[in-house]
Design a protein around this ligand. Sequence first.
Ligand code: SF4
Length: 459
Amino acid sequence: MTAPLNLTLLRKYNVPGPRYTSYPTVPYWDTDPTVKDWIRTISERLDESEKSGTGAAIYVHVPFCKSLCTYCGCNTRITRNSGAGTPYVLTVLKEWETYRKMLGRDQLIPITELHLGGGTPTFLSPEDLRILVEGILKHGRKTENAEFSVEADPRVTTKEQLETLTGLGFRRLSLGIQDFDPKVQDIVNRVQTFDEVKRVTDQARAAGFTSVNYDLIYGLPLQTLQSVEDTIDQVILLRPDRIAFYGYAHVPWIKPGQRRFTENDLPAGDDKRALYELGRQRLEQAGYLEVGMDHFALSTDSLWKASLEGTLHRNFMGYTSRYVAPLIGLGVSSIGDSWEIFTQNEKHLEAYVAKVEAGEIPFLRGHRLNSEDQVIRKHILNLMTRFSTSWESADLQTDSMKQVPEKLAELARDGLVKLSTQSCEITELGRPFIRNICMAFDARLARKAPTTQLFSRTI
Ligand code: SF4
């Protein structure tokens, strides 16, 4: 059980900070890689993964949504034109073809993970979903332990889509739920009933999905302790295998849709954290275990098993049960990762399509990790997935880390970390402050504060 929250500490450490789905975090990417280097490092990771019996992870971003949820922080294109799906799928397959040509491999590309995210992947018709997945697999080889997962919006997801997806090998489904309270749903422009969510969950299980995740958000406008309690109680009735319980990130200067409500509508500070604490307690009472930051799983789920076995990984999609490299991102705004290089595709649909049509890898930007970045990345991943890290060995040290013990000293005095000369362990009391602890390792943040406010507050 997690320790009860200390409000004095909460106020003291409530500062803007990254969620560390990558290190360096995107605002600090500053050394664009060349396409040649990106392809070379993907190729190297593929060679390594083939030796270990794994393969690539592929993420496909489907940006379309039928309406805008005003809290949304994703890259979206709002449209009710269902005809937008087919040309987009063909563009993604053309991008995949460009990768295959540039990689120039004789054998099929081994694929260990395929994730469709969005936006709303179930904006695509069953036929478009089939063309997309079969088009990727036509030149790929699904490895023995492959896992296919998909995000879906219960409001637009049909039985036929679910059956098509399981027929294509998908077994993990993630549903956006957020909150069941009608007032909250109304102000964030996402009205969906318990019955709709139950229908999609039941249909998914009947179709063959073996793991269902629900995304919930705390800190939304008009949320109260009662509304969150009611939402969690309804969620528990449907027994998803995993739950992501994210804090709402209010960044209207980046996401103007968030200006449709005011800060006065938002629970903040102690009130916001109390929503999380209440949700966490209810979930733990119902048998869910806290995995990493903001994630919960039943003991039967592979995410919990991964946290026990030390294989848990964190990337742009949140937590995954293992590290798979390379990650090749297809589609507008998708992020790729070869460990040494991060890339992000064009964020505007038209610019993305134009580059793909020209036969290019449609980068917008990227970052080549230097040796210091790679060491710090390991420590931040360790903290985020195992709640501890050690820098006893010389290859896990950098000059910038000489300051880490000093930066952690106050957190240690407050009982949030156990600090020894060359290691630190996050205590139960410290778990809500995991982002603050990671920030002590973040050399780029220490050297240069972002010019604009890019991160939400840590609590
Ligand atoms: S929250 Fe999901 S469904 Fe809503 S606009 Fe964002 S991506 Fe689309």
